[in-house]
Structures are given as C-alpha cells and as structure tokens.
Design a protein around this ligand. Structure first.
Ligand SMILES: Cc1cc2nc3c(=O)[nH]c(=O)nc-3n(C[C@H](O)[C@H](O)[C@H](O)COP(=O)(O)OP(=O)(O)OC[C@H]3O[C@@H](n4cnc5c(N)ncnc54)[C@H](O)[C@@H]3O)c2cc1C
Length: 205
C-alpha cells in the first residue's frame, strides 16, 4: 500500500506549495483511482468527442461511478453524516478532471457544483435526502436553470420566469437559455419569481 506522500508525489509533482498535503490518505486514493479510470475509459475516446455534438456519458460514468468521486466512503472518514466531501478534495477533483479535458470538468461543475450545491444549501431535509444520494451516485444527472434569453449577469434583478401556486401545484412559465445538460438531465433546479410575493425561488423539476 502506497503512503499518502507517495501518491501525492506521483499525482502532483508540480504542487510546490504542498496544497495537497491537506488531503487525507482516502482522498488521495480516490484521486489516484480517478486518474487511472480516466486513462482507461476516457482517454481512448475523448478525441472523437472533441467536435461531436455529444458527450461520452458511458465512459464518464465508468470513471465517476467506478472511483465513486462524490460518494466514496473514503471521502467521509472523520466527517460522517456530511453530504459533501471536503472542499480541498473537490478542488483537486476539478483539477484532476480539468487537466484531462475542460468539457469533462465543466460537466461535473454543473452536476456536482451548481445542481448539487443548490439542493444542499437551499433544499430542506426531505429534498436533500431524496435527491443528493442519487446525484452523488450519478444515478441521476443534474443541471441548473437560472439564465434567461433577456437576463445573464443581471439575472437576480431581471429574472422573468414566473411561478404561480394553483391548488396543490406550482405552475412555472418562462424561458431559459444556456442550460448545459438540460436535454439529458433528470433533475433541474429552475429559478422563477413567485407572482404572490415577487421573490425568486428555486423549484426542483
Ligand atoms: C457554455 C455556457 C454554458 C452555460 N451554462 C449555464 C447553465 O448551465 N445554467 C445557467 O443558468 N446558465 C448557464 N450559462 C449562462 C451564463 O451564466 C451566462 O452566460 C452569464 O451569466 C452571462 O450572461 P450573458 O451571456 O447573458 O451575458 P450578459 O450578462 O449580457 O453580459 C454581456 C457582457 O456585458 C458585461 N456586463 C454585464 N453586466 C455588466 C455591468 N453591470 N457592468 C459592466 N459590464 C457588464 C459582461 O461582463 C459581458 O462581457 C452558460 C453560458 C455558457 C456560455
């Protein structure tokens, strides 16, 4: 069994300021396994996807599920009960994905960052229990629907999609644009303005 220092020397020889020293052995092992699976599953196909209007789902999930990049028990040693691995591990995970391919990393930023964190930080306990484990296991794909055709940077003030409570249902009306992964996602947090109080709220569609 390699020590943490040996794994980190192999993975990040360029880490002159020793940022990775704060990782646990378990986190280092998951990152090492992630890199191994990227080389095995994604490396052989990624060039074909460079210009294809498609995403290598099968190969990406072979990596994400194989290394359990969001829910490996090794990531939660000493921090049991948390829904999210440590921020330092997540930073190195982004590095690990992005050094290989920026689009693969972007896919994960939407799924594991924007969507996951929206439900983690804004969802209630029932929603966290229902959605987060399936997203962390990559059984469901998540995306994030904030931007609209007429509002980008100014979305907080300009958000025009409406939400109206009718009986026991909410009716959402409006348009979204630039929603990466929305054509294949299972879980879409949609931001809309409640017509009753004018407040922006998020709906898990
Ligand atoms: C590939 C891609 C994927 C995306 N994925 C998602 C997604 O999954 N979900 C989602 O919700 N959104 C997504 N977006 C949208 C992204 O968040 C918006 O593009 C971003 O918020 C900027 O909005 P905009 O493109 O409308 O530009 P605008 O807001 O119209 O800005 C245009 C330009 O004006 C400048 N500008 C804007 N306001 C000011 C100001 N007050 N002062 C000075 N300069 C200003 C900006 O810096 C920029 O250069 C994605 C965008 C891209 C390109």
């Amino acid at each position: 069994m390699a020590t943490k220092e040996e794994i980190l020397r192999e993975l990040y020889p360029e880490d002159l300021f020793h940022y990775a020293d704060g990782l646990t052995l378990g986190e280092a092992e998951v990152l090492q396994e992630t890199r191994r699976l990227i080389e095995k599953h994604l490396r052989p196909v990624i060039n074909e996807y460079w210009e294809a209007p498609d995403f290598p789902f099968e190969e990406f999930y072979a990596v994400a599920k194989g290394a359990q990049i969001m829910n490996n028990p090794k990531l939660f040693e000493g921090r049991e009960g948390n829904y999210k691995p440590s921020e330092l591990y997540i930073a190195f995970l982004y590095l690990e994905l992005a050094r290989f391919d920026a689009s693969i990393a972007t896919f994960f930023t939407v799924h594991g960052g924007l969507c996951y964190n929206t439900i983690l930080l804004g969802g209630d306990e029932r929603q966290q229990k229902e959605f987060l484990p399936k997203l962390a296991a990559f059984d469901w794909q998540g995306c994030f629907a904030l931007t609209e055709p007429l509002s980008g940077s100014d979305i907080a003030g300009g958000l025009a999609t409406t939400a109206e409570r009718v009986g026991d249902k909410w009716i959402l009306n409006g348009e979204k644009r630039w929603i990466g992964g929305s054509d294949t996602a299972d879980v879409v947090p949609v931001f809309a303005r409640d017509v009753a109080d004018g407040k922006v709220k998020c709906f898990i569609v």
